[in-house]
Design a protein around this ligand. Structure first.
Ligand code: G16
Length: 542
């Protein structure tokens, strides 16, 4: 195997980043300009082999995507056997392999990891892979495949997939034929599972009006169109208009459209022009984020982001669990990040009386905390999230004998939702269906939904600095521990505004820092964000 790795590796010399910088496994794997990524993908292939052997021959997933990033970027991340993000303890092995300066050093590190973790390199291993619509994808998958050939790993390339579909397939593969089976091991199996659960969860309710879905000119478009074909129109009246679905012209991916655009610019994509009063939502480039919005007759824009989805889900699950007679048995909790609007946190904790926990950015952090609840709801404000059901919750839903038709309905709907919601990772298609189910049950428009609480005005700014790695955070990213003095200056500015909060952190997916600010009025939130941005610029360019 060693010789095969050495020979194959010669085709993928790693490109030094310069300036003493190292490749890092960031918020969602390795992400950068696509031209640097083939050697990274080759080495990620070696790690996927090691992970599969370490996990006793279970199948490992590799997703090639840069999600919300611009078209010239790409990225690669590893998916663990139950469809979760790579265990964080293993990120250091990914980083060590990718940063090996020579082929010989690479093999040395590969052997060191294998011996440190006592990995049996002779075990059968299997990796499955998917990619988004970026033109750089096939070359990167070829690099991954070369590493898998060198390590005798069985490999299935599923081609175009949304990120959550790959997560689904990994879990379905590893649970096939056992009592925990997650679904059929095929893309169609994913659609069948969602379509069936959607109809059960609707329980005869009607959807009001057309939903326009902006797919960011990414993979979500062809996959959503495919999903809709699995919905029997006689059982559900779901009218969807798919827009921004151009996957032929690479440059338009995430350009002036998509969930990240809508969330950061706080406006609807300019094209197609939104129909006043119409219900719209946006996916991101790999269809794992979702944001809802509408514009009124005066073209005023209102947005329902990840915090809104999470509070809507918390409200609905709270009432279903109560209706199912399981209020004292099942613990519901919500997980957010520092970006969550303060009004959403107050609504969930004070009005819904549910516990809220704050973690650092990245679904890998939120997911694990949500697993501590029976029903763990986690969403980042950017629209990335899902709802997790514990094994105890599933068994209570299956074994509770209903005492009334209403209680039976609640139990049936909860079980249907546990199938509808992707249990592995945030999934824009599945989350969109969840929102549609809730709105249909409550007979709510988007403006009814928005009335549950009033968001504090907020602003998110992206700042390019000389060295973003100078910025280190603490307290779930709410404070900067480095560079020294920066946090004091931020605190000083925050003090000058009413009901204000602000923080800064280095992005783990882009070469930039992000600043978030909220305050009592829009102009104050804008002003505070600008002031903090200037502090970050000054410290980051020293
Ligand atoms: C990824 C992560 C998200 C995270 C986002 C932004 O999303 O999966 O959890 O919120 O990056 O992270 P950062 O602020 O560190 O750049 P996606 O949709 O790009 O995969």
């Amino acid at each position: 195997m060693e010789a095969a790795i050495l020979a194959a590796s010669q085709n993928y010399p790693i490109v030094p980043l310069g300036g003493g910088q190292a490749y890092t496994y960031g918020t969602a794997g390795f992400r950068m300009k696509a031209e640097l990524l083939a050697p990274v993908c080759f080495r990620v292939g070696l790690l996927a082999f090691l992970r599969s052997a370490f996990m006793n021959s279970q199948t490992i997933g590799v997703m090639v995507t840069a999600s919300h990033n611009p078209a010239p970027d790409n990225g690669v991340k590893i998916v663990d056997p139950m469809g979760e993000m790579l265990e964080q303890d293993w990120e250091k092995y990914a980083t060590a392999l990718v940063n090996a300066a020579t082929d010989q050093e690479l093999v040395k590190i590969f052997n060191r990891i294998a011996s440190e973790l006592k990995i049996n390199l002779k075990l059968p291993t299997k990796v499955i892979c998917g990619r988004d619509t970026r033109p750089s994808g096939p070359k990167l998958v070829a690099a991954l495949a070369d590493a898998l050939v060198a390590t005798n790993t069985e490999f299935i390339n599923y081609g175009w997939l949304t990120t959550p579909q790959l997560h689904y397939l990994v879990r379905a593969t590893n649970t096939e034929g056992n009592p925990l089976s997650y679904g059929k091991v095929s893309e169609d199996g994913y659609y069948e599972k969602l379509a069936d659960a959607f109809i059960r969860a609707m329980n005869g309710r009607k959807i009001n009006g057309t939903l326009t879905v902006d797919c960011a000119n990414g993979i979500g478009a062809p996959k959503l169109i495919k999903f809709l074909k699995f919905l029997p129109q006689d059982k559900v009246n779901f009218v969807v208009k798919v827009v921004n679905d151009n996957v032929v012209k690479p440059d338009v991916l995430n350009l002036n459209c998509g969930a990240d655009f809508v969330k950061t610019k706080q406006r609807a994509p300019p094209s197609p022009e939104p129909v006043p009063g119409g219900r719209s939502c946006s996916f991101d480039g790999d269809a794992d984020r979702l944001i809802y919005y509408w514009t009124d007759a005066e073209k005023r824009f209102s947005m329902l982001d990840g915090d809104r989805i999470s509070s809507l889900a918390a409200l609905f699950f709270g009432s279903l669990v109560e209706g199912a007679g399981l209020k004292d048995e099942l613990r519901i909790g919500v997980v957010q990040t520092a970006y969550a609007n303060g009004a959403s946190t107050a609504y969930i904790s004070q009005h819904l009386k549910l516990p809220v926990i704050c973690t650092p950015t990245g679904v890998k952090h939120l997911h694990h905390v949500a697993q501590n609840f029976d029903i763990g709801i986690y969403f980042e404000a950017n629209g990335h999230g899902t709802v997790l059901f514990s094994p105890d919750a599933l068994s209570a839903l299956k074994t509770t004998a209903p005492q009334s038709p209403a209680q039976k309905d609640c139990l049936d709907i909860l079980l249907a939702l546990s199938d509808l919601i992707n249990q592995t990772v945030g999934d824009a298609i599945s989350d969109m269906l969840l929102v549609e189910v809730i709105l249909a049950h409550k007979i709510w428009t988007l403006s009814d939904w928005a009335m549950t609480y009033t968001d504090l005005p907020n602003r998110l700014v992206r700042i390019e600095v000389g060295d973003k790695d100078l910025f280190k955070t603490t307290d779930a990213e709410r404070r900067l521990s480095r560079p020294q003095g920066a946090q004091d200056e931020i605190d000083n500015e925050v003090k000058k505004f009413k009901n204000a909060r602000s923080f800064a952190r280095a992005s783990g997916t882009e070469n930039a820092c992000r600043v978030y600010a909220e305050a009592a009025t829009r102009s104050e939130a804008n002003e505070l964000a600008e002031r903090v941005a200037r502090i970050i610029e000054r410290y980051g360019n020293q």
